[in-house]
Ligand binder design. Structure first.
Ligand SMILES: Nc1ncnc2c1ncn2[C@@H]1O[C@H](COP(=O)(O)OP(=O)(O)O)[C@@H](O)[C@H]1O
Ligand SMILES: [Mg+2]
Length: 286
C-alpha cells in the first residue's frame, strides 16, 4: 500500500532534507518503488543527490501548477544502479512562485499536490515530500497530501521549542479537513552520553508518547561528507552510524505500513483494526 510521508518542521537545519533523501534512498535500495519530491525552493534535495537544479525547466513547480505535467515527465535520472526504483522530482527557486499562484486558488490551491499524487499513488510504495522550513502553502499542500507527517527534531537547546505548536497546528488542520493523521517525531543529531540529547529525547517522548520513533539519528561526520559528495549515505558510507540509523528507521516505517495493511485487510479479527495501525492509538499524545 502506498504511503505519503511529509518531512516537515518550520525550523531550518533540523535534518528534513538529510532525512528525506536518505530514507528515500534506503527504501529504493530495498527495491521499494520510491518517489522523492522536493517542496523547498532552496532545492537542497537536488544538491544532496548531485543534480544542478538551477537550469531545470521542469520541476515541482510544474507538478503543482501545470495540470498537464506528469511525475514521469518531471522525474530526473539518478546515477546509481542500486537506486533504480527511486524517482526524484527536483525543485529550484521558481517553486517560490507557486506559493503566490496557489494562494489565488482559495482552498483548492491547498489540494493541488494531493490531487496530483492521487493519480500516481499506485505506481509507488513510498512517496516522500521534503518540506521547506516554514508553514507556507507549500507545506500545507504536503500535509493535505500525506498519510504521515514526520517531524525531525535536531538535538539542541531550543529544538523542542516550536514543535508543540507545529503538532497542534497539524492536529487542527487534520481535524478541520476530516483527514486522518499520523504525526511522528524523529530525533536527529543525537549524541550518546550527552545530557542535552537525553533531555531532548525525554521531552519528545513526553510530547509524542509512542509516536516518537524508537530509532534516533546519531550525529555523524559522514553526513556532512555525504552532502559534499552529493551521494546518499547508503551508497557513500553504508556502515556509518547515521546510515545504520536510517536503515533502522526504514525498518520501523515498513513495520508500521504492515500494521496498516493488516488493519485494512481485517486479518486479525474484528477488533484488531480499531486500535490503530500499531496498536498505539490510545497513546497519541498531541
Ligand atoms: N545526523 C547528522 N549528523 C551530522 N550532521 C547532520 C545530521 N543531520 C543533519 N546534519 C547536518 O545538518 C545540516 C542541516 O540538515 P538539513 O537536512 O539540510 O536540514 P533542513 O532540511 O531541516 O534545513 C546539514 O548541513 C547536515 O549536514
Ligand atoms: Mg531542507
Amino acid at each position: 500500500m502506498t504511503r505519503v510521508i511529509a518531512v516537515a518542521n518550520q525550523k531550518g537545519g533540523v535534518g528534513k532534507t538529510i532525512t528525506s533523501l536518505n530514507v528515500a534512498a534506503c527504501m529504493a535500495r530495498r527495491g521499494r518503488r520510491t518517489l522523492l519530491v522536493d517542496l523547498d525552493p532552496q532545492g537542497h534535495c537536488g544538491v544532496g543527490l548531485g543534480i544542478d537544479t538551477e537550469p531545470l525547466k521542469r520541476t515541482t513547480y510544474e507538478l503543482l501548477v501545470d495540470k498537464g505535467a506528469s511525475v514521469d515527465d518531471l522525474a530526473v535520472k539518478l546515477p546509481w544502479p542500486e537506486l533504480a526504483t527511486l524517482s526524484f522530482v527536483p525543485a529550484n527557486l521558481r517553486l517560490a512562485l507557486a506559493e503566490r499562484e496557489l494562494s489565488t486558488r482559495s482552498t483548492l490551491g491547498n489540494l493541488a499536490l494531493a490531487t496530483r499524487l492521487k493519480d500516481i499513488r499506485a505506481d509507488y510504495d513510498e512517496i516522500i515530500l521534503d518540506c521547506p522550513p516554514s508553514l507556507s502553502k507549500l507545506t500545507l499542500n504536503a500535509f493535505l497530501a500525506s498519510d504521515m507527517v514526520l517531524i525531525p527534531v535536531a538535538v539542541g537547546f531550543f529544538s523542542i521549542h516550536g514543535v508543540r505548536m507545529l503538532a497542534e497546528t497539524l492536529r487542527d488542520i487534520f481535524e478541520e479537513t476530516g483527514l486522518d493523521y499520523d504525526i511522528r517525531c524523529l530525533i536527529t543529531r543525537y549524541r550518546s552520553g550527552q545530557t542535552v540529547s537525553r533531555e531532548v529525547r525525554r521531552a519528545a517522548d513526553e510530547m509524542f508518547g509512542d509516536y516518537c520513533f524508537t530509532s534516533v539519528i546519531r550525529e555523524t561526520a559522514e553526513v556532512e561528507k555525504s552532502v559534499g559528495a552529493q551521494t546518499p549515505l547508503c551508497i557513500s558510507a553504508p556502515r556509518c552510524h547515521a546510515a545504520l540509523d536510517y536503515e533502522a528507521l526504514c525498518d520501523e516505517l515498513i513495520e508500521l505500513s504492515r500494521g496498516v495493511t493488516v488493519e485494512l485487510l481485517g486479518d486479525e479479527g474484528d477488533d484488531a483494526g480499531k486500535e490503530g495501525a500499531d496498536g498505539r492509538e490510545g497513546q497519541k499524545a498531541v
